[in-house]
Design a protein around this ligand. Structure first.
Ligand SMILES: [Zn+2]
Ligand SMILES: [Zn+2]
Length: 439
């Protein structure tokens, strides 16, 4: 198994170890943690699907209001924007995502979700915070609390947002389309974190530059000319044609893209036919395409269209029966950590979390957090951090090969929530105080 995280050589730090001198911020996080863990358990037991985060949004909006934020609900359907103005200075936006996944929880935890709901597919299913967005929200509340109590230590405008529908890649865009940067103060800096299922709890990972990939979904309908399986010469077999397309697609990354530019083209679904002896009149392919740069993305998408058409011509298909290639719009663009902000925050976090902050490579997963930077690349700097969530004892077993760790989205993913929430709350608060701190 290819390990995404490279924590090799990183020795596990005892998380309870106190820093050399008294740390007021860490003490405050420790004091707030029991209440945040209670909130986490409540959120975990009551997950809601993308764009259905109604109760979640309401619950957290009410809390932000009691802390003194101006709160607007219903931004981008179920999104929440909480603003705290505190004099001159930069505008910092902190984002947490709210949605759970259509996954039936199998963690066996006492606060495991028993919720059911109907996703976009229309088929009822269990719902679970299998991506750990509940840890994001608990740390968001923790950070809001600490910053609202420390208004004497910072100056500027704090915008805290709760984003819907990250899992379907539409929530960030929905909030932007609903005026996130026009109805509310536009941020100079945007920060977020994501829990990590392949890293020890309490460790912080950052990618320099690209952090997550462009995600494109491509559908190809491949027409053929159907007929009897025993008389193939009277047909144009779309199974053979689509197979040729699938094989030729493998050369896009291996033969056409610059080898130092990473990308993935995966055909995840190939459907055709109904019976042994019938040549169908159509085949359908569903493809996920992952890349980082805009250039690589364009090259791959153009290549897919060219290969589909080229193979159809080679198969003797007439012009009016060329494959139909559809690229889903909108797509999830690559998440980019802007270098200046990344270096600044990392410089702040490294001494605070001694031995627990690591540079990590980009991954091929996607995150629509990218949209907040891409909405104004000239003026917005952005950074997403990873916060490891694997319990120390499980991490040790996995390193010895005794267990395989569940990934994000697994029905078994149960992060070490108190450690994730404490680490993220402290990290986001420290980073924000650094960006908006009074000299
Ligand atoms: Zn997810
Ligand atoms: Zn997620």
């Amino acid at each position: 198994m290819r390990r995404v995280w490279r924590w090799a050589g990183a020795s596990l730090v005892v998380l309870a170890a106190a820093p050399a001198q008294a740390d007021e911020l860490r003490d405050a996080v420790t004091a707030d943690l029991p209440a945040l863990v209670e909130l986490y358990k409540d959120l975990h037991a009551n997950p809601e699907l993308s764009f259905q985060e109604v109760e979640t949004a309401k619950k957290l909006a009410a809390r932000a209001r009691t802390m003194g934020f101006e709160v607007t609900e219903g931004v981008g359907k179920t999104g929440v924007v909480a603003v705290m103005r505190n004099g001159d200075g930069p505008t910092v936006m902190l984002r947490a995502d709210m949605d759970g996944l259509p996954v039936i929880e199998q963690t066996g935890l006492p606060y495991a979700s028993k919720r059911r709901a109907v996703p976009q597919t229309g088929i009822e299913t269990g719902v679970m915070h299998a991506c750990g967005h509940d840890t994001h929200m608990a740390a968001w509340i923790g950070t809001a609390q600490l910053l609202s109590e420390r208004k004497d230590q910072w100056s500027g405008t704090l915008v805290m947002i709760l984003q819907p529908a990250e899992e379907i890649g539409e929530g960030a865009k929905a909030m932007l389309d609903d005026g996130l940067y026009t109805r509310f103060p536009k941020p100079d800096y945007v920060l977020a974190f994501h829990d990590a299922a392949q890293a020890p709890a309490g460790h912080i990972g950052y990618a320099n530059g690209f952090a997550l990939a462009n995600v494109d979904s491509v559908d190809i309908v491949v027409p053929g000319v159907g007929g009897h399986g025993a008389y193939p010469h009277t047909t144009k077999d779309p199974v053979v044609l689509a197979s040729a397309i699938v094989m030729r697609l493998q050369t896009l990354v291996s033969r056409e893209l610059n080898p130092t530019d990473s990308a993935v083209v995966t055909v995840g679904s190939f459907q055709a036919g109904s019976k042994h002896n019938i040549i169908p009149d159509e085949a359908r392919l569903q493809i996920t395409v992952r890349s980082y740069s805009d250039g690589a993305r364009k090259q791959l998408l153009e290549g897919i269209a060219r290969i589909a058409r080229g193979e159809a011509i080679a198969a003797g298909m007439p012009e009016n029966k060329m494959p139909k290639v559809t690229v889903a719009d909108p797509y999830v663009p690559a998440t980019y950590n802007t270098p200046e902000l990344t270096q600044r925050v990392v410089a702040r976090l490294k001494p605070r979390f001694e031995g627990r902050v690591f540079e990590v490579p980009a991954v091929m997963g996607g995150e629509d957090f990218s949209q907040f930077y891409r909405a104004d690349r000239e003026n917005v700097e952005s950074l997403i951090l990873w916060v490891g969530g694997v319990r120390a004892e499980e991490w040790a077993k996995a390193q010895k090969g005794e267990i395989t760790l569940p990934s994000l989205h697994s029905p078994f993913w149960a992060p070490d929530a108190p450690v994730v929430i404490a680490t993220a709350t402290e990290a986001l608060t420290a980073a924000t105080l650094d960006l908006m701190g009074k000299p």
